[in-house]
Design a protein around this ligand. Structure first.
Ligand code: GDP
Length: 313
């Protein structure tokens, strides 16, 4: 059991949806949160990261910083998705090791698994087959991050662990239609269609792919749980335990938003991987489970969208 109370924890990526949820959750455990100002520290630059970590007396690090985005962003910016993520994770992990920091949690994603791995995806499916091409750049970087944690554990005995969350959503998400993931895109599309009185919303692809969704606050809770309870080389899945087709998700979002029009498909857009439901058996066996239902989570996220950027649109 790793005691968090009174610890100084650097949450790298504290402005993002997951990072901000982790910082809130850690503060409730009595941690002192350290964050890097992006105007001063470019996480892609080794010298910046080493100067920042320096001798701040940081006890633990959560690597929630990453270049993230939906299916279109991944496909159109392969260089950034690979380079940025490799640099960010390598700089943070190496700088933490140099500074003598012995506890670190690295965050990946369910897209690390092979496209046709058996579902639900268990941790041991890693590197057993080819990746889904629409997000292989991001996946390769995240797999390298897991391996970095394992390497520093094996060679230097560092207690660095990795968690692989499923698709996340919640307050603070990116609602930009070109670069976002499906959930915030659907919330925005349904909201705007309702506001303008449009007869239909457009969903990318066939609507048949299935995805699993976990609220960012549930994810943060699981990550804190792992920081307290888990020490091991193998990464741990952080899943919700159930998935839904994109078409059914669209119906659920339309209901939450109050849009009653039609759903049409843009078949020029890709479906991506057919399914990526994670097995969260390991985490459940350790004693953790999610609390926020998909329906409640969507309503809460829509309310956040209305309060923060959707009002008046
Ligand atoms: P993925 O999980 O890496 O494939 O990333 P996304 O969240 O971007 O996409 C998930 C699924 O939702 C894919 O099958 C997309 O084609 C589908 N989808 C449907 N409509 C949209 C949309 O408006 N935006 C995005 N990003 N995906 C959409």
């Amino acid at each position: 059991m790793y005691r968090l109370e009174g610890r100084k924890v650097w949450v790298a990526g504290h402005r993002g949806m997951v990072g901000s949820a982790v910082a809130r959750r850690l503060a409730s455990e009595g941690c002192e949160i350290v964050s890097a100002d992006r105007r001063i520290v470019d996480l892609k630059r080794q010298a910046d990261v080493e100067a920042f970590v320096g001798d701040k007396g940081i006890d633990a690090v959560v690597v929630a910083a990453a270049k993230v985005g939906g299916i279109l962003a991944n496909e159109t910016q392969p260089a950034e998705f690979l380079y940025d993520n490799l640099m960010i994770e390598a700089n943070i992990i190496e700088a933490s090791h140099r500074a003598g920091i012995d506890r670190l949690l690295f965050l990946g994603s369910s897209c690390i698994y092979p496209k046709f791995a058996p579902q639900p995806l268990t941790e041991d499916a890693l590197l057993t087959g080819p990746l889904e091409p629409t997000n292989e750049w991001y996946a390769v970087a995240k797999i390298a991050g897991i391996k970095l944690c394992q390497a520093y554990r094996a060679q230097y005995g560092r207690d660095y662990i990795s968690a692989m969350p499923t698709n996340l959503y919640g307050p603070g998400d990116n609602f930009d239609l070109q670069s976002s993931h499906v959930m915030p895109a659907l919330i925005r599309k349904a909201h705007e269609a309702k506001q303008t009185g449009a007869s239909a919303i457009t969903v990318w692809g066939t609507g048949t792919p299935r995805r699993e969704f976990l609220h960012a606050d549930d994810c943060a809770d699981a990550l804190v749980f792992l920081l307290q309870q888990y020490s091991g080389a193998e990464h741990v899945n952080v899943g919700f335990g159930d998935d839904i087709s994109i078409l059914d998700l669209t119906r659920l979002v339309c209901e939450a938003v109050g849009f009653e029009g039609e759903i049409v498909h843009d078949l020029s857009k890709k479906d991506g991987t057919p399914r990526k439901l994670m097995s969260n058996v390991r985490l459940r066996e350790m004693g953790w489970e999610p609390r926020i239902s998909l329906r409640d989570g969507i309503v809460e996220t829509y309310n956040w969208f209305l309060a923060n950027q959707g009002a008046g649109q």
